[in-house]
Design a protein around this ligand. Structure first.
Ligand code: ACO
Length: 321
């Protein structure tokens, strides 16, 4: 029987510090009303001074391991999806591996910005399916606050910090559980719609987020909808078969636009955007963890996750939890 990548645990972590719209509107020319109406965001979390992406990733991973009933010694693959690594190198995953006490197998980062978790999940699924690993920690972790231009009202109101993690295990007796299909896509011709204006090779600086927001918005609804349909088609299921939709939490209007376009019941769409903002690669596993822990997503449910981000990158993953 073929091996399946089964999700056995999920966990997340949010920094303590809450940054409200009211506080932001004292820093830049914006208002709570504008942010809520255009994005649905009410507040976001900000990492403390000295709190690194690897710290957030480890905190989320500990909870995911606990939920899976696993120990670090059971893990033989660590993938961290992040755009805000601790350092240019080594990979944040290498630090996470050492910090958690994972002592064998590979650890590496994936950079697909807000789609990073979907790309990391698909990568882990391939490693497990080919027998190259038995149990993977797949993490999305970001300290986006460190690359915000806090004077640019068009971007600084959107993002927040956080981390989410899942344990994926290769199982031959999974029946219909596990990752069923994934779809990944990149179109580098749109790299200048959303990017950071710094990097070691080009500027020797870290840089800040730059975005043509309304253009990204238009691409988001179209490509996310397409990715969701493609992931379902590859699995031979219809959108009606899906129990829960766990989207990347960029903007409530994008979530609503996709639901409207595809005729999805909004009550089946998990939304955490109001309290988390856009946490980039962390947003999908963070939302998944919220809905698993509050009892909405139950064992056996069919869950469709999706994201779009800088690159542009986009993708979707269908999984029976
Ligand atoms: N407060 C008040 N006014 C603002 C703010 C703000 N925070 N930000 C922009 N504005 C102003 C603009 O300056 C502009 O003013 P003008 O008409 O005088 O020039 C006006 O609001 C309209 O600007 P738009 O950019 O056209 O506004 P839009 O309705 O598109 O909303 C937003 C902007 C929220 C950024 C939206 O385009 C968006 O969410 N885009 C998606 C981008 C995104 O989520 N990117 C994250 C990564 S990719 C992803 O995760 C999908």
């Amino acid at each position: 029987m073929a091996s399946r990548s089964v999700l056995t645990g999920v966990g997340s972590y949010l920094p303590k510090r809450v940054l409200s719209n009211a506080e932001l509107s004292r820093r830049v020319d914006t208002s709570d009303e504008w942010i809520v109406e255009r994005t649905g965001i009410r507040e976001r979390r900000i990492a403390a001074d000295g709190e690194k992406t690897s710290d957030l990733a480890c905190a989320a991973s500990v909870k995911a391991l606990e939920a899976a009933g696993r120990d670090a010694k059971d893990i033989d693959l660590v993938i961290v999806a992040t755009t805000t690594p601790d350092l240019t190198f080594p990979a944040t995953a290498a630090r996470v591996q050492a910090e958690l006490g994972v002592s064998h197998g590979a650890a590496f980062d994936i950079q697909a910005v807000c789609s990073g978790f979907i790309f990391a999940l698909a990568t882990a699924d391939n490693f497990l399916a080919r027998g190259q690993a038995k149990a993977a920690l797949v993490i999305g972790a970001e300290t986006f606050s460190r690359i915000m231009d806090w004077e640019d009202r068009g971007t600084c109101v959107l993002f927040g910090d956080g981390a989410g993690a899942v344990v994926l295990e290769a199982r031959e007796d999974a029946a219909d559980r596990g990752v069923i299909s994934t779809f990944l896509r990149t179109d580098g011709r749109m790299h200048d719609l959303l990017y950071v204006d710094g990097g070691p090779s080009e500027t020797q600086t870290v840089g800040k987020v730059r975005m043509v927001g309304n253009a990204v918005f238009r691409h988001a609804v179209e490509h996310i909808s397409g990715a969701m349909l493609e992931a379902c088609a590859r699995a031979g299921v219809s959108l009606d078969d899906v129990d829960w939709f766990v989207p990347h939490q960029a903007n409530q209007r994008i979530l609503d636009g996709v639901a409207r376009k595809l005729g999805i019941d909004v009550d089946k769409v998990v939304s955490t955007v109001a309290l988390h903002g856009n946490t980039s690669a962390a947003s999908v596993p963070l939302a998944l963890d919220v809905a698993v822990r509050d009892g909405r997503i139950k064992s056996g449910d069919l869950v469709l996750m999706e994201a779009l981000g800088g690159g542009l990158t986009w993708g979707a993953a269908l999984i029976r939890v």
